[in-house]
Design a protein around this ligand. Structure first.
Ligand SMILES: Cc1ncc(C[n+]2csc(CCOP(=O)(O)OP(=O)(O)O)c2C)c(N)n1
Length: 566
């Protein structure tokens, strides 16, 4: 029992009890009592007011990725909730714990299609193709702590993901004495001993094994255990799409990222493997190169799939062995599997890493070389720098050239959505800069991508972000779409040209520093100045549209399509 206070205050107390010190959102009159609770407890928790709910939800998603605890987002009813849906979808596809609190119409107005009313259960799922693991409306002030605690457990347990709690306006003002519940400690599923024995036998029978690691739920301990498992068995390790910081990219067993724009040699290696162990990854379309690296539903390779969510096991692939276990416990169990003294695949593993290293060599590009830009960033920026990006071809340079350190070293250093949502990178970077002010954050955005959520530069300025740098790659195009157009309809450009503002001037208007760079030599001084600056910096990178990926040009794609008679 607590002393009576409005349910809105009790909600904020429940968040504090869960260890939350930052929430992201856009205010609404539908949840004034909660905002008042934030005011009441302002010495222990802060509410970051964002400029659009999509940005707020992306920030909460990034919070979930970075902290491993549910990101917290507050939005108002209908328009606020629908704006936030992109962040929910991203959290769902990325298996990121997140709780979206939505102000709801008063209970006595329910089902009249009252002002901005929506039925969140209908809109957001739940389901295995929905946008939330659980959607509920809190009817009773006294049961609010119960709902909040369940929301945390649901977001964290099994396959992590988003939860939506709808909060009727009148419920939030009702006084309650209900005590808040203790911090949620998620239950961890351990792999069954028999399954581990089978996995060991499969390893002993293999000639060309390959490990793909990724997904969510990793922590420093389990990432270190993963590395020891790989070392014990000398396994080549690839990271799933946009989970590149799961395994240390500098390690001699690292083989590269099994994602979009995959190194062709790595793709071939995965196809040639006789045993693939997928640890924590969903084996989605991007990680499997459209379900071709592993043929769906029955791969040519022997497949072991380890995942926390039973609904993911056997969903696409008929794996030879399926283990339901959280990644944290699975990695620790796997490192205890004893390996024989000699293993037949030493050359296979060494070559996998040699292929990864060779993929770092890049032919020079004039006048602005993005490979050099990314390598310069990593050479100058601190080791624990957080890299963020949204969707677009520009991200291919990050995927290829950043050597992410394993998350046992500095926690997560890659914030990038597997959902491929444009606009993710800027808010993710703002969230990282506000949550970890001592760390440097580098966002790389396309010109299309940047302007989807660029208004969150104001949030960064307003809340005092400092070590934040955004590189905007301006090729005057929704380049990814242009690339597909040239491949399918060569020469017929439609809807993919962009008409851009002066990005540097725009950034200055938000109170940022800014530089314009259109040649490689100009980048290093601009980036060094950004690192030394006491406020955020945008670097506008002007790139020729023809430079469409780190491997080919638009012209080459168009010519090939024309030759093929398209
Ligand atoms: C929210 C959202 N809308 C549309 C798309 C489809 N889409 C994928 S990449 C892309 C173009 C990205 O353009 P830009 O940010 O300029 O990067 P570029 O591809 O030119 O490097 C589009 C429109 C998407 N992934 N997400």
């Amino acid at each position: 029992m607590s002393t009576p206070r409005p349910a809105g205050h009790a909600l904020v107390e429940a968040l504090i009890a869960q260890g939350v010190h930052t929430a992201f959102g856009v205010p609404g009159e539908s949840y004034l009592a909660v905002l008042d609770g934030f005011h009441q407890h302002r010495d222990r928790i802060r509410f970051i007011a964002c400029r659009q709910e999509g940005g707020a939800a992306f920030m909460a998603e990034a919070q979930g990725k970075l902290t491993g605890r549910p990101g917290i987002c507050f939005v108002t009813r209908g328009p606020g909730a629908t704006n936030a849906s992109i962040g929910l979808h991203t959290a769902f596809q990325d298996s990121t714990p997140l709780i979206l609190f939505v102000g709801q119409v008063a209970s006595d107005q329910r089902d009249r299609e009252a002002f901005q009313e929506l039925d969140y259960r209908q809109v957001f799922g739940p389901g295995t193709l929905g946008m939330a693991k659980w959607v509920a409306e809190v009817q009773s002030a006294d049961r609010l702590p119960e709902y909040v605690a369940r929301a945390f457990h649901t977001a964290l347990q099994g396959r992590p993901g988003p939860v939506v709690l709808s909060l009727p306006e009148d419920m939030l003002t009702v006084p309650t004495t209900a005590a808040v519940l203790p911090r949620a400690v998620p239950a961890q599923a351990w792999p069954a001993p028999g399954g581990l024995r089978d996995l060991r036998s499969m390893l002993l029978a293999a000639q060309r094994p390959f490990l793909i690691a990724g997904g969510s739920g990793w922590d420093a301990e389990s990432a270190a255990a993963l590395q020891r498992f790989a070392e014990n068995w000398q396994l080549p390790v690839g990271c799933g799409f946009r989970f590149q910081d799961t395994f240390d990219n500098r390690h001699p067993l690292y083989a590269g990222d099994v994602g979009i724009g995959i190194n062709p040699k790595l793709a071939e290696r995965v196809r040639q493997a006789d045993l693939v162990i997928a640890l924590g990854v969903r084996l989605g379309e991007m990680t499997t190169s459209g379900y071709t690296l592993l043929q769906a539903p029955r791969p040519a390779q022997k497949l072991v799939h380890v995942h926390a969510g039973p609904e993911e096991l056997g969903r696409v692939y008929a794996a030879d062995l399926m283990l339901q276990a959280s990644v944290a416990s699975a990695a620790k169990a796997l490192e205890s599997l004893t390996a024989p003294i000699s293993l037949p695949w030493a050359e296979w593993s060494a070559q996998a890493h040699a292929d990864y290293e060779a993929n770092h060599a890049a032919p020079a590009v004039q006048p602005l070389d993005l490979a050099v830009v990314i390598k310069t960033v990593q050479r100058l920026a601190p080791a624990d720098t957080v890299y963020t990006n949204g969707a677009g071809n520009y991200s291919g340079w990050l995927h290829r050239y950043v050597r992410y350190h394993g998350l046992q070293h500095h926690g997560r250093t890659q914030l990038a959505c597997t959902s491929g949502a444009m606009g993710y990178g800027v808010p993710a970077a703002v969230a990282a800069a506000l949550l970890y002010p001592q760390r440097t954050v580098v966002n790389v955005a396309g010109d299309g991508d940047f302007l989807m959520t660029g208004q969150e530069l104001a949030t960064a300025t307003g809340y005092g972000a400092r070590k934040l740098i955004s590189l905007v790659v301006d090729n005057g195009s929704y380049g990814t779409i242009r690339m597909h157009q040239e491949r399918e309809y060569p020469g017929r450009v439609s809807g993919s040209d962009l008409f851009n503002p002066d990005f540097a001037a725009l950034a200055r208007a938000y109170g940022w520093q800014a530089h314009f760079v259109d040649a490689t030599a100009g980048f290093e001084p601009a980036f060094a100045a950004a690192l030394a600056a006491s406020k955020p910096t945008l670097i506008h990178l002007k790139l020729d549209t023809d430079v469409i990926t780190s491997r080919t040009t638009l012209g080459a794609i168009r010519d090939a399509a024309q030759r093929a008679g398209r």
